[in-house]
Design a protein around this ligand. Sequence first.
Ligand code: GLV
Ligand code: MN
Ligand code: MN
Length: 406
Amino acid sequence: MPLRINPARLRADFDALARIGAAGVGVHRPALSANHLAARAWLRERILAAGLEFRQDAAGNHSGILRAASPAARTLLLGSHTDSVPHGGRFDGALGVLAALEALRTVQDASLELPVHLEAIDFTDEEGALVGLLGSRALTGALTPGELAQPRGGLAALRDGFARAGITDPLGAARPPGSLAGFLELHIEQGPRLIEAGADIGIVSAIVGIGSFRLAFGGRADHAGTTPMHARRDAGRGAAEFMVRARGLVTRDFPGCVINFGRAAFEPGAYNIVPERAELALEFRSPVQAELDALEAALLGEARRVAAACHLELEAVKQGCVAPAPCAPEARAAFAAAADDLGLRHIPLVSGAGHDTQALAAVCPAGMIFIPSTGGSHNPGEFAEWEACVNGANVLLGAAIGWLDR
Ligand code: GLV
Ligand code: MN
Ligand code: MN
C-alpha cells in the first residue's frame, strides 16, 4: 500500500491560505505585497508547528526542511509559489507549496529514513509581478544583476517589495552546484486537456520558454480635432496595427506558439490629444528555443515595419527571457510509477505556463505534474476538485518516496 497524505490536514491548510489576501473566490497576493508577506508569515508558522526546520534565503524563498541523518546529503526540493497574479485564483502555486509541506509531514510521521534532505519550498515571485521566477532562478544562480536593474514590473515596485521583505542581495541565494538531488512540483493544469482526455494526472514533458518585451511606439502629440488624419504621427495607431499584425503572424507562421499583449498605455492619454507614445507589454511563448528565437525576430521585424509605415519611432526593451525546459526522465518516471501505484490514469503534457520547475531543470533533474482544473487560470474562478488535489498530493509524495529509494 503506498503511503498517503492526510487530506484533512492539507485541506485545513489550503482553506487557511486561501483566506489570506482573499478577493472574492480568488486571492490577490502579488509577490512581496503585504498580502503575500502575510501568507508567508502564516506558512512559516505552519512549518514550525510541524516541527520542521524553517529557512528563509537571501531571495526570500521560504522553506521547511526535514533533514537526512548525514549533513553532507543532497537536497530533494518539492514546492511551488504562494504569490498570485493580481486577482488570481486559490490553486495556482498555493496547492504545490502546501502539498509539498504535507508530503514532508507525512514522511516525518512515517519516520522514513532519509538519504537526502527533503525541503518544501515557496519560491519568490514566480508570477512575474516583479521579475518572474525570481526566487527559483536566484536559487539556481541564473538571476542576473541586469534583470534586477530592468525588472519587468518596474524598478520602483522591485525596490518597494525588497524593502518590505528585507531582501538586500537576492543573488546570494544561489546554492552550491551539485547540492540539489532534484525538484518536483505539483500544479493545476490551468487548461482543459486533462479533462478532455479523462486523465487524473498530467506528467509534464516540457515547459514553454517565454520572451517578453516592452515595446513603445513614439509619435507626436497633436490636436485631435485640427490635425488632418494624413498628417498625424499617431503612436496609438502604430500599437493597434502591430497588435493585429502580430496576431496574424503567429497564427499563420508559428502555429505552436502564442503571444499576448497584457497591457497597452497611451500618453499623454486624453480624448483630445493624438497619442505621442504607445507602450505595449508583449509576451510570447514556445516549447522550442529555435522557434522562440525565430518568433522574436519576426515580431521585432513586424514592429519595425509598422513603425516605418506610420512614421513612428520604435523602442524595444527586452524584459527577460526564460528558456524552454524539458522535464527530466527520472522525474517523469517517478511520477508515473507513483500514479500507477495509486491506480491513477496519467498522460504526458507540454506546459504552456511558465513554472519554477523550468528554472530548476537547468541545475538538477526536475519535473512536474498537473491535476485537472476548470475555469481557466490567472483569474479568481480557477478551480480543481478536492479529490484531484488529494490525488496530486499523493502522486507528489509517492514520487518523492520513489526518489528516496533510488
Ligand atoms: C506563470 O504562471 C506564467 O506562465 O505566466
Ligand atoms: Mn503557478
Ligand atoms: Mn500562474
